[in-house]
Design a protein around this ligand. Structure first.
Ligand SMILES: *[C@@H]1O[C@H](CO)[C@@H](O)[C@H](O)[C@H]1NC(C)=O
Length: 197
């Protein structure tokens, strides 16, 4: 684990804790992420964190919630009521450390991989279906007209793709703004599912 990585996580932890104190309703209830897809290989499967290298993870799919801790997520809403940060508690050296989701691009692909921290990506929920919320949406830019940066846009779509994730090839959750060039990518929706109490 690199020192800079630790510093980023601690900063994320402190920031998130403040947010939780202000918005307890959104942030505290853990949930699972379940896939919906017309492809039966992925429909109803659950996402869980899988290792991609030393202290790095991404999201793989499985047919059950085991290990349960790797399939449990929380969401910290920031300033806007409907968008925030998807968080997973990573086990690092016997401690549970909150890791915010970030999308990361490799220039050899046009799909972004979720989660190699540090970083943050803003997500929102539409009837408990996850979407990526971004400020800029350059599909509608007009030359010289500065866009309203207070408006968040729903960007792109989620896919399950067989691709390089850290050090390994896995079938993982990925995100693309247009049609993925990777022919293995299958379209999915990611649903937030609260466990039965
Ligand atoms: C579903 O996804 C799997 C894994 O990527 C793929 O092998 C299969 O061809 C897909 N099925 C359909 C109907 O597209």
């Amino acid at each position: 684990m690199k020192p800079s990585y630790t510093a980023g996580l601690v900063a994320a932890l402190l920031g998130t804790t403040n947010v939780v104190a202000q918005r307890p309703v959104d942030a505290l209830t853990p949930f699972f992420l379940q896939l919906r897809s017309s492809n039966t290989t992925f429909n109803n499967r659950y996402l869980f964190a899988c290792n991609t290298g030393a202290a790095t993870e991404t999201l793989c799919h499985g047919n059950k919630l085991s290990p349960r801790s790797a399939a449990t997520f929380t969401w910290a809403s920031t300033y806007a009521p409907n968008t925030g940060v998807l968080i997973r508690n990573m086990e690092l050296g016997g401690r549970s450390v909150p890791a915010p989701m970030a999308l990361v691009f490799n220039p050899g692909t046009n799909v972004a991989l979720s989660w190699p921290p540090p970083g943050l990506s803003t997500i929102g929920w539409d009837n408990n279906v996850m979407y990526l919320a971004t400020y800029p949406d350059d599909r509608h830019y007009q030359d010289g007209v500065v866009p309203d940066l207070n408006v968040k846009h729903r960007s792109g779509s989620f896919y399950m793709c067989w691709m390089l994730a850290g050090n390994y090839y896995y079938t993982v959750l990925a995100w693309a703004s247009t049609t993925p060039q990777n022919p293995t990518c299958q379209s999915v929706h990611v649903s937030r599912v609260y466990p039965a109490v």
